[in-house]
Structure formats: C-alpha cells, structure tokens
Design a binder for this molecule. Structure first.
Ligand code: 5RP
Length: 219
C-alpha cells in the first residue's frame, strides 16, 4: 500500500462517522480530497457541507454536495479533516495546505473532530513539521521577531496567500513539549490570525490508516 492508498482507506473509514440528514464539516488537503470523493457517493444521505477552504468548496460542489455558510449553521455534528502531525493524545499540527484558520473555526463549531491520516503523520513529539502561523501581512516582520524570541525559526511561505488574504510563516526547529502552552503563547502575538497547533481543541477521534489496517483512537 502506498501513502495514497492509506489516505484513501482512512477517508473511506470516516464515512462511518457521518450521520444521515446532517451537515458535515469538511477540512482541506489531499486526504480530505479522498473523503470528498467518497462523500459524493452518498450525497443524497446528507444535508450538505460546511467547508474550510475555497479548494474544498470547489471539490464539494463538483461532486454535487451543497456548501453552506457557517454563519447560518447552528449545529454541526462532525468535522472531518487531515493533519500534518498528530500525537497519541490527538494534538495536531495543521496548516500544511494553508487553510488552518478556517479549519480551526469550523472545528470549533463542530461537536466532534474526526482526524483522518496515514501512519506517517503519527509522532511522539510535535514540531518536526514546520508549524504554520497565519499572519496579517503588515505584522509579518513583528511576528517573526516575536517567534525568534520563542526560539523558533520563522520562514515566510513564498508566493502564498491564504483564502483570507493573509500570509503564512512556517516555524522551523521547534520541539513542542507543551503544545497547549505554545498554542496559547503564539495565538496571543499581535498580528497572528491563527496558529496551526490544534492542542487546546484536539481531535476527538483519530482514524489512522496503517499497513496493517485502520486503527481508531478515541480521546
Ligand atoms: C491543510 C491542512 C491539512 O489537513 C494537512 O496539511 C494535511 O494534509 P494532507 O492530507 O494533504 O497530508 O491542515 O491546511
């Protein structure tokens, strides 16, 4: 099985967590793209989707799933999304695709966060994957200096603008021993729109596809 096969397996297993006649929160990324494909096959059983990016919105519409504005949604039973790294405690680094802000917002509204991932994403310590921060463009240099004070090495994601018109700083060389504390500190820097650590609100369920089958972890 290659990595795409594993992503597909995790994505298909996530269908079991999608209730009939409800809205589904949909994340962003290559693993989620397999999920959107699978969700398309049962589009008549769901009410529609709330999306975390323009890219996912386009894919959802392409398979015939209506996409709703989050502002009109009071109840969202489940949010399905991938991760760049995930720990045993289900804290994550997200934002490799740059959609972290909308992802965190949709996840905040959802009752349950189901993470779909292949085994390469499982880590014992977060931080090998550079941690994305979405920043307001005029605050870029200030935020970068503040990150250096916290011993991180910020690198501007060249040529990339988020769906919200902002920039991404990827922070290298972090050993994240206390993800909740770091998320709180980074989120508090003026000019940071969102931090790609998902530790204060981790996933509730991890569907991890491995060479030996799909493993489910519940928090
Ligand atoms: C996008 C994300 C994705 O969930 C994360 O990057 C994982 O992507 P993939 O499934 O392509 O490995 O946070 O902003």
């Amino acid at each position: 099985m290659n990595q795409d096969d594993l992503k597909r397996a995790a994505a298909h297993a996530a269908l079991d967590y999608v209730p009939d006649d409800s809205l589904v929160g949909v994340g962003t990324g290559s693993t989620v793209n397999f999920f959107i494909e699978a969700l398309g096959t049962r589009k008549h059983r769901i009410a529609g989707a709330v999306s975390s990016s323009e890219a996912s919105t386009a894919r959802l519409k392409a398979v015939g799933i209506p996409v709703f504005d989050l502002n009109g949604v009071n109840e969202l039973p489940v949010y399905i999304d991938g991760a760049d790294e995930i720990t045993q405690g289900l804290a994550m680094i997200k934002g490799g695709g740059g959609a972290l802000t909308r992802e965190k917002i949709v996840a905040a509204v959802a009752d349950k966060f189901v993470c779909i991932a292949d085994e390469k994403k499982r880590v014992s310590l977060l931080g090998k994957f550079p941690l994305p921060l979405e920043v307001i463009p005029m605050a870029r240099s200030y935020v970068a200096r503040e990150v250096v004070r916290l011993s991180g090495q910020p690198v501007l994601r060249e040529g990339f603008t988020t769906d919200n018109g902002n920039l991404i700083l990827d922070i290298h060389n972090l050993q994240i021993l206390d993800p909740i504390e770091l998320e709180t500190r980074l989120s508090a820097i003026t000019g940071v729109v969102m931090c790609g650590l998902f530790a204060r609100r981790p996933a509730d369920i991890l569907i991890l596809a491995t060479a030996n089958g799909v493993e489910i972890t519940r928090r």
